[in-house]
Design a protein around this ligand. Structure first.
Ligand SMILES: *Cc1c(COP(=O)(O)O)cnc(C)c1O
Length: 216
């Protein structure tokens, strides 16, 4: 695996306005440092303990994104440093992120996760639930979180039409809400589907295996 070359290749294929999150879960610090030396500064992880260990060991100008499902009782461990939480799926979680960010004197960027995939294993809210979430009065009190947009994961399938349909749903909701809520981030697209995601307006892709190689 030539990590620097992989990053350069992906960057050459995507518009310069699309942000690349290097999803480094399960990979050793040396691999992250190879990406770092190639200029990569945004890394995504899906387990808080692993992300915290990496944050402690690696350069402090890295931006850490939590891309996976978050348990409310673990938010406190990442509150001192996490820059974006991609998969907020309920108010109780946002409330806890706000509380812990406030204790740290920080504001943490968040995205609301929409469930677009068929798989039951994937979390997220429906478009109606997201609309209701954004209308909730409690949000006004949560001054230590900044909801910057939406995130979603398509079904893991070779059926490109299905992936297109799923990303379109998310794109439509994003367009509907963008102006009113000042959104600027639409996080969608992984190794297998990022080109389709970009065709559907993604502003942030989360790439793991195409940069670091397959995970065990
Ligand atoms: C693992 C993961 C990715 C990256 O997946 P690849 O297919 O390896 O690019 C992206 N997003 C989330 C939420 C993930 O858990």
């Amino acid at each position: 695996m030539n990590i620097a070359r992989n990053i350069a290749q992906i960057k050459s294929e995507i518009p310069s306005t699309v942000e690349l999150v290097a999803v480094s879960k399960t990979k050793p610090n040396e691999d992250l440092m190879e990406a770092y030396h190639a200029g990569q500064r945004i890394f995504g992880e899906n387990k808080i303990q692993e992300m915290t260990d990496k944050w402690e060991a690696l350069p402090k100008d890295i931006e850490w994104h939590m891309v996976g499902h978050v348990q409310t009782n673990k938010v406190k461990y990442m509150a001192p440093y996490v820059s974006m939480v991609h998969a907020v799926h309920k108010m109780k979680l946002l409330k806890e992120i706000n509380k812990r960010a406030k204790q740290e004197g920080r504001v943490i960027d968040c995205l609301l996760q929409m469930k677009i995939a068929e798989e039951d294993s994937k979390y997220g809210m429906s478009s109606q639930e997201i609309t209701d979430f954004l209308a909730d009065e409690r949000l006004k009190n949560y001054t230590h979180v900044n909801i910057r947009g939406l995130m979603g994961m398509a079904t893991f399938t070779d059926d490109k039409e299905q992936i297109r349909r799923e990303f379109s749903q998310l794109q439509n909701l994003y367009r509907e809400l963008k102006t009113k809520h000042n959104f600027d981030v639409l996080s969608m697209g992984m190794t297998g589907d990022y080109q389709i995601a970009i065709e559907h307006g993604s502003t942030m892709i989360r790439i793991g295996s195409k940069i670091f190689g397959a995970r065990d």
